[in-house]
Write a protein that binds this ligand. Sequence first.
Ligand SMILES: Nc1ncnc2c1ncn2[C@@H]1O[C@H](COP(=O)(O)OP(=O)(O)OP(=O)(O)O)[C@@H](O)[C@H]1O
Ligand SMILES: [Mg+2]
Length: 349
Amino acid sequence: MIDSPFEKASSQSVRILGIETSCDETATAVVENGQKILSNVVASQIDVHAQYGGVFPEVASREHVKVIYAVVDQALKQAHIELSEIDAIAVTRGPGLAGSLVVGMNMAKGLALGANIPLLGINHLEGHLYSAWIKPDDIEKYEEPLFPLVALIVSGGHSLLMLMESHLKYQRLGSTLDDAAGEAFDKVARLLNLPYPGGPSIQKAADLGNPYAYTFPRARLEGTWNFSFSGLKTAVLRTVKELGSHGGDLPVNNLAASFQTAVVDALVTKTFEAAEQFHARDIVVAGGVSANRALRKAFTDQKRFVVHIPPFSLCTDNAVMIATAGYYRYQSGQRDGLEMDVYPNWPLS
Ligand SMILES: Nc1ncnc2c1ncn2[C@@H]1O[C@H](COP(=O)(O)OP(=O)(O)OP(=O)(O)O)[C@@H](O)[C@H]1O
Ligand SMILES: [Mg+2]
């Protein structure tokens, strides 16, 4: 049985050019029929922002301006395709940094107007979710997520638990009351003097540490599907101060491993509880934090649910996910006009 309400274009391929500039990655991609990656270009600004310990918004938008034309050109060349062969342009409309979003939006509008191609504004979080529908090269192993499903989006700015009954239909179950999961990784990395971006740095240190060295709190928030990471962050801060007052080197690896275990535990426990309560068939986990190996292991080391997590390269920001979400939006009939504005605080539901 096919759950998708959308007919896959069988006789004619639908090729979407995706453009993503919501934060510090200038990304473009061409995706065929929402599944096959024809090109994937990411110009990262990580080195530029590392000196500030986080993303500097004005610098981010100006860096996008410098490379946006080149990365669009590269995506078309890598896909061996002309702009005239593109069926629609999908661009991130929000959420994200306004000045950064505007760069991608204006590029998309210029291309759409110049080549008379339909334009689609895409929610960045929908993009993260739809990265679970992209077919990896290793097609044998691919299984399409089945509805109803529970989706956990864990990224730099969001921790969202959603129920999806069908394509493009979302019911928000819960979100974070304070820090997003990725934000917590980034803040704790700073506390431990680990380099930006914090997630990969914590993971690296955690690989060398004891996850049970410290017992950090997991906010249960009984009766809700919300998360909270500020208490955990404060507990790490308190422990760091206490250890610092005794002198000597900070046990960074043990602190990182114990923190990571607490975050993973909170995310995994709530997601499985929701999947059971809402009789989900499958689970989808997406967003930058889904690149975390401990999180991936905790989700896949069980047999109750099939858990779909994008390949590592598609967890953090990219334009393949925007083109893929764009395919489903295109098939649903969405078309946006040239008056479309960016929407920096656009909620997914
Ligand atoms: N291996 C990892 N372990 C834990 N966190 C990670 C890992 N890799 C990346 N991250 C975290 O993922 C976040 C970046 O993800 P992403 O690019 O999706 O966020 P964003 O686009 O800035 O935010 P949003 O998608 O909410 O707008 C950062 O907070 C980063 O620390
Ligand atoms: Mg993101």
